[in-house]
Ligand binder design. Structure first.
Ligand SMILES: [Zn+2]
Ligand SMILES: [Zn+2]
Length: 164
């Protein structure tokens, strides 16, 4: 695993990517990407940054002219989460589209900028191996492996240097 691979794994993958991955995956799993599920995914992929459920209600209302019930949004999100099409950032209580088509239980690392809210989704084979041996040593069976790292992105770091 080179650092390059880490960097190529970007958050907010292109909308078309996220949607085509979703179509393929749903087809393969024999599940349906209904209109409301598709719309939620499209909104998240378009946004390219994490959105809370209530932001999504507003966006759905803007797109359809009807304010959806929160339960509709949560049901669609649950479906998308179960199928690895979105991630939930616990530290932000927000959701992010994922066009990587990886398995739900795969290790993902989120690098979250505290200044601008930009999030990069990365993976790391080295981390995956370390965690696998840690789990084996403690006889622990991980169900999800999500790491959320808070900090400052390159752009915000550069802006700070420029204004200093
Ligand atoms: Zn992902
Ligand atoms: Zn930033």
């Amino acid at each position: 695993m080179s650092p390059q691979d880490d960097r190529e794994s970007q958050a907010g993958a292109a909308v078309t990517d996220a949607l085509s991955v979703a179509e393929e995956l749903c087809h393969a799993h024999g599940v349906k990407l209904t209109q409301s599920r598709r719309l939620i995914l499209e909104i998240l992929a378009n946004e390219g940054r994490p959105l809370g459920a209530y932001d999504m209600i507003e966006k759905v209302a803007a797109a359809t002219g009807k304010s959806p019930a929160p339960v509709t949004i949560y049901r669609a999100l649950d479906f998308l989460l179960e199928n690895g099409l979105v991630h939930r950032l616990a530290s932000r209580n927000a959701y992010l589209a994922c066009g990587h088509g990886h398995r739900v239980q795969d290790l993902v690392v989120f690098l979250i900028c505290e200044s601008c809210g930009h999030v990069v989704e990365a993976t790391s084979d080295a981390l995956r191996q370390d965690l696998a041996s840690l789990a084996a040593k403690t006889r622990f069976v991980p169900h999800s492996q999500v790491m959320e790292i808070a900090g400052r992105c390159q752009a915000c770091g550069a802006a700070e240097v420029a204004s200093a």
